[in-house]
Write a protein that binds this ligand. Structure first.
Ligand code: PLP
Length: 396
């Protein structure tokens, strides 16, 4: 069926790619051994450091985020090692399963998938581990399946307070470039990122930002080849890669990082917080419930909304897709059909949010989901107040 106008892609990644980033990638294929490529590689690598907020090395893989998850573990750990993981949602669970498949022994801290990582339980586990069997602590900074963030800095503090030498690993796949994150300042050893969310690029690149301690742990870690940091870093020192890089995506990466700096990273983060707050006000005005139940863990990147009992989130999303030409995120894992997720990250502005929430409100009506009207109005009031500076848009 012909659908006029632009599709609203409001899943929490992959996100909309801005036109200038698309244009930057619209470039003849280049010789990846040429001097010009070396210059591009160095620009891409140094730009990424500013987004991760690190002076250290960032590795770029031509892979989806799952590859960078595997790289983080495979470079630093050996089969049989214990890793402390916090099961905050579907992505944390997938990382845990991947760790198991690599022969690691995950020690899991469960949550109800409605808040961030339980930092008190992490602190307790670290204090109890007198033999230092735990070799790494892994947290997902922004759990894309639930819209809950975790306090990575508090996990660092728990490690320090326990005097525990485990590596700290954080997944920022859906927070990089949309929620404040500081690799060096927060003492993270391996940060795992991806291209397709806050960085506003298509899927296809993923990253490991690595500390000196992580690089030291890489000596003598499990056998692996494609993910090897050492080979990569040797080639990267002159802007090259040990195998064929995703050349055109790197052009896009340079343009996307320039865009983030043109807006200013702090402004980017504030914009995401403002859109998240306006979205939550809309959800409450509809009489629906935000999945995240702990305000300190609210995500700036997406909002997961609980469906009223007896109603199917997937049936609702289908109506929105077919009749309104908008994609919303589905519920994942144990949340399947129970929630829908509104992505408000990446290249996004107030009017795009207004259109998105307008689509949700119309969709609720078309799908016969019980709700009150007025959600869009509540969001518009919030955005207008923020724009005129009357009340700001602090998290309520
Ligand atoms: N971690 C998080 C937080 C994610 O949101 C995703 C994907 O959405 C992944 C990991 C897995 O990344 P990918 O699907 O790019 O392999």
């Amino acid at each position: 069926m012909f659908k006029p106008g632009r599709h609203f892609l409001q899943i929490p990644g992959p996100t909309n790619v801005p036109d200038d980033v698309l244009r930057a990638m619209d470039h003849p294929t280049m010789d990846h051994r040429s001097p010009e490529f070396g210059e591009l590689g160095l620009r891409a690598l140094s730009g990424l450091r500013t987004v991760f907020k690190t002076r250290g090395d960032v590795i770029i893989y031509p892979a989806s985020g799952t590859g960078a998850w595997e790289a983080a573990l495979a470079n630093t750990l050996a089969p049989g090692d214990t890793v402390l993981m916090c099961e905050t949602g579907q992505f944390a669970s997938l990382w845990l399963r991947l760790a198991q498949r690599l022969g690691l022994e995950p020690q899991m801290i469960a949550t109800d998938w409605r808040s961030g990582a339980d930092t008190a339980a992490i602190a307790e586990a670290l204090q109890a581990d007198k033999e230092h069997a735990i070799k790494a602590v892994c947290v997902v900074h922004n759990e894309t399946s639930t819209g809950c963030t975790s306090d990575v800095q508090a996990v660092r503090q728990a490690l320090d307070a326990a005097g525990h030498p485990a590596l700290l690993m954080a997944d920022v796949i859906s927070s990089l470039g949309s929620i404040d994150y500081r690799h060096d300042e927060w003492g993270v050893d391996v940060t795992v990122g991806g291209s397709q969310k806050g960085l506003m690029l298509p899927p296809g690149l993923s990253f490991n930002a690595v500390s000196t301690k992580a690089k030291a742990a890489a000596e003598g870690a499990m056998r692996h080849a494609y993910w090897n940091w050492e080979e990569m870093l040797k080639a990267n020192s002159t802007g090259f890669f040990p195998y064929t890089p995703a050349t055109n995506l790197l052009y896009g990466l340079v343009a996307a990082v320039d865009r983030l700096h043109a807006e200013g990273l702090d402004n980017v983060f504030a914009r995401h917080q403002r859109h998240a707050e306006a979205t939550r006000r809309a959800v409450r005005a509809w009489g629906l419930e935000v999945l995240c139940r702990t305000p300190e863990h609210y995500s700036g990147a997406l909002t997961a909304v609980r469906m009223p009992d007896g109603h199917s989130a997937d049936a609702f999303r289908k109506v929105v897709h077919q009749q309104l030409n908008m994609s919303l995120g589905n519920g994942l894992g144990r949340l399947a059909d129970r929630v829908f997720r509104i992505g408000h990250l990446g290249d996004f502005n107030d009017l795009m949010l207004a259109g998105t929430l307008g689509g949700v409100e119309m969709g609720l009506r078309l799908a016969g989901v019980p709700h009150q009207s007025g959600g869009v109005q509540a969001a518009l009031d919030c955005l207008a107040d923020a724009a005129s500076g009357t009340r700001g848009a602090q998290a309520a």
